[in-house]
Design a protein around this ligand. Structure first.
Ligand SMILES: [Zn+2]
Length: 279
């Protein structure tokens, strides 16, 4: 009897050890965590849920991560999409609702780029104001089991943990997804976005480019800004869903498509769920 019990327990323990995440952390599943059923301020609610240390002023007009430096939440309406991209307010980051799942239809509309609008003061507050500070937080996240490669991302706010959870999910896939993770475009890189003077999300260590050859990037097509043609997607929905679950948006949904690019923006995932009433 005793040995029969042991025989039952031992394989279970073995299985648990094999399937345990490689990351000593508890990742957040942003697709299933509870969100308000209704909200008068979905953008602020999403920001507070995504970044619990973020404070909102009593009149709701400014946000702060340390209680000392405040960023005005809403500015005058941008004169054009280009102006919004160049200098969005934090509120402008939410003017387009990021489409969850396999909905790629939005990108036919010029400047439908939910997630490309980034207020640099807010990002500096939530993430890093200098390259040195960003570098001190970096962690190497290996793609082992998918590909012999790795990227550097920040450990701040558990981004490395969230990426680890994405990779663990994809390692368990029935499909062979290895080619998407070979020769990745990279993670941390303190740099300006091509053709602009704005810092890339890669500067904060919150973005990951997977295989650039399979991803596709609008600038490589020779298209003009605001007039980008069709995007021939080769990234499986399973990969997009895994990233979105753990808080990363995908650039393949943008008019100015960047199909290799995944970016940790849990506030946009939560905002989408609050607005769409998906729970
Ligand atoms: Zn990228």
């Amino acid at each position: 009897m005793f040995s029969a019990v042991r025989a039952c327990v031992a394989p279970a323990l073995l299985l648990a050890a094999v399937s345990a995440p490689a990351w000593a952390c508890t990742p957040v599943d942003f697709m299933s965590r509870p969100v308000p059923e209704a909200s008068d301020a979905p953008a602020l609610d999403a920001l507070r849920l995504a970044y619990p240390d973020l404070q909102v002023s009593t009149d709701g007009t400014a946000v702060s991560a340390d209680g000392e430096t405040w960023v005005t939440f809403r500015g005058p309406p941008p004169a054009s999409p280009e102006a919004a991209l160049a200098n969005p307010s934090p509120a402008d980051q939410f003017m387009q609702v990021y489409p969850l799942g396999d909905d790629l239809s939005g990108r036919t509309q010029p400047y439908f780029d939910p997630g490309r609008f980034r207020n640099q003061r807010l990002f500096g507050m939530l993430w890093f104001a200098s390259e040195g500070a960003a570098r001190q937080s970096l962690v190497r996240v290996p793609f082992g089991g998918l590909a012999d490669a790795a990227v550097m991302v920040t450990s701040h706010r558990g981004v490395d943990c969230q990426l680890g959870a994405v990779l663990d999910r994809l390692r368990a896939s029935e499909q062979d997804l290895s080619r998407y993770f070979r020769q990745p475009g990279g993670g941390f890189n303190w740099r300006r976005i091509s053709g602009t003077d704005r810092l890339s999300a890669h500067s904060y260590g919150i973005a990951v480019d997977i295989n650039a050859e399979l991803g596709g990037y609008w600038r490589w097509t020779g298209a003009e800004a605001g007039n980008v043609g069709p995007y021939e997607n080769r990234i499986p929905a399973e990969i997009v869903a895994a990233f979105e679950t753990y808080g990363f948006i995908w650039g393949g949904k943008w008019h100015h498509f960047d199909g290799m690019h995944f970016e940790y923006r849990p506030e946009l995932i939560l905002h989408s769920r609050i607005v769409q009433g998906t729970r």
